[in-house]
Design a binder for this molecule. Structure first.
Ligand SMILES: Cc1cc2nc3c(=O)[nH]c(=O)nc-3n(C[C@H](O)[C@H](O)[C@H](O)COP(=O)(O)O)c2cc1C
Length: 190
C-alpha cells in the first residue's frame, strides 16, 4: 500500500463554525505527521440535501449526482477524522446525514474524532458517533482530540492556537489511524 489517504471531514456547516479552524489545524498536523495523503472535506461544499435516495445505501444504486460524487469521495479514503461539534448533547445533523448517505464506502475504515465545545468538549457527541460508525463496521480509535472551552483557543485571526496537550493528542490519534489503515485495507480486499 502506498501512503493511505486520510480525509478530515468538517462536521459543521454553520457560518462562523469553529469546526473550520480545528480542521485546518488538524490538516496541517496530519501533513506534518507524514503518514498520509491528506484531504480536507468540507460538508458545506459537499452540500448534500437531507437523504433523498430511494434505495438503501447498501445496494449502492444511487440515482442522484450529489450521491455519486459523495460516494466517489469517501471511496478513495483509507482513514478519517471526523471534526465534530456537540449540538444539544449529540452529533450534528449534517454529519449524521453525510454518514447515512453511504454504506460500503465506509466499511472497514478507521476513524478518529476531534471534538470541542464547552465543559464537555464534545465528548457526548463522540460517544454517540461511535455507536453509529460501528454500525457501518468502521473502527473508531480510542485516541482523540478533545477540546474543552474551545473559544479560549481561537486567536483574533480565527485560527486555532493549540496547546501541547492538543498537539500530542492529534499525533497519537494520527499514529493509531496510520497503524490501522493498512491492516483494515486487507479486510476490504477480502
Ligand atoms: C444548536 C447548538 C447546540 C449546542 N449544544 C451544545 C452542547 O450540547 N454542548 C456544548 O458543549 N456546546 C453546545 N453548543 C455550543 C457549541 O459548542 C459551539 O457553538 C460550537 O462553536 C459549535 O461548533 P461549530 O461552531 O463548529 O458549529 C451548541 C451550539 C449550537 C449552535
Amino acid at each position: 500500500m502506498g501512503q493511505p489517504t486520510l480525509q478530515i471531514i468538517i462536521g459543521s456547516t454553520r457560518p462562523g463554525r469553529v469546526a473550520l479552524p480545528v480542521a485546518r489545524w488538524l490538516r496541517d498536523r496530519a501533513v506534518a505527521h507524514g503518514a498520509f495523503q491528506v484531504e480536507l472535506i468540507d460538508l458545506a461544499e459537499v452540500n448534500l440535501p437531507f437523504l433523498d435516495e430511494p434505495n438503501h445505501p447498501r445496494l449502492r444504486q444511487y440515482v442522484h449526482p450529489h450521491t455519486k460524487e459523495w460516494s466517489a469521495t469517501v471511496e478513495r479514503a483509507d482513514a478519517f477524522v471526523f471534526v465534530t461539534p456537540e449540538y444539544n448533547h449529540g452529533f450534528s445533523a449534517v454529519l449524521k446525514n453525510a454518514i447515512d448517505y453511504l454504506h460500503q464506502e465506509w466499511l472497514y475504515k478507521p476513524v478518529g474524532f476531534a471534538s470541542y465545545g464547552g465543559v464537555s468538549a464534545g465528548t457526548r457527541a463522540v460517544q454517540m458517533l461511535k455507536q453509529v460508525v460501528t454500525g457501518l463496521k468502521m473502527m473508531p480509535v480510542a485516541e482523540a482530540v478533545t477540546i474543552p472551552y474551545v473559544n479560549r483557543y481561537l486567536g483574533d485571526d480565527g485560527r486555532l492556537r493549540p496547546n501541547d496537550v492538543m498537539n500530542q493528542a492529534a499525533d497519537a490519534m494520527l499514529s493509531e489511524l496510520a497503524r490501522l489503515a493498512p491492516a483494515l485495507k486487507g479486510l476490504r480486499a477480502a
